[in-house]
Design a protein. Structure first.
Length: 21
């Protein structure tokens, strides 16, 4: 399922952005 991987990647990016902020 591509949606799962996409969601997981988006979550990781959002988490990284939050941590950077």
């Amino acid at each position: 399922m591509l949606t799962m991987t996409y969601l997981k990647r988006m979550r990781k990016k959002i988490r990284e952005m939050m941590f950077t902020f």
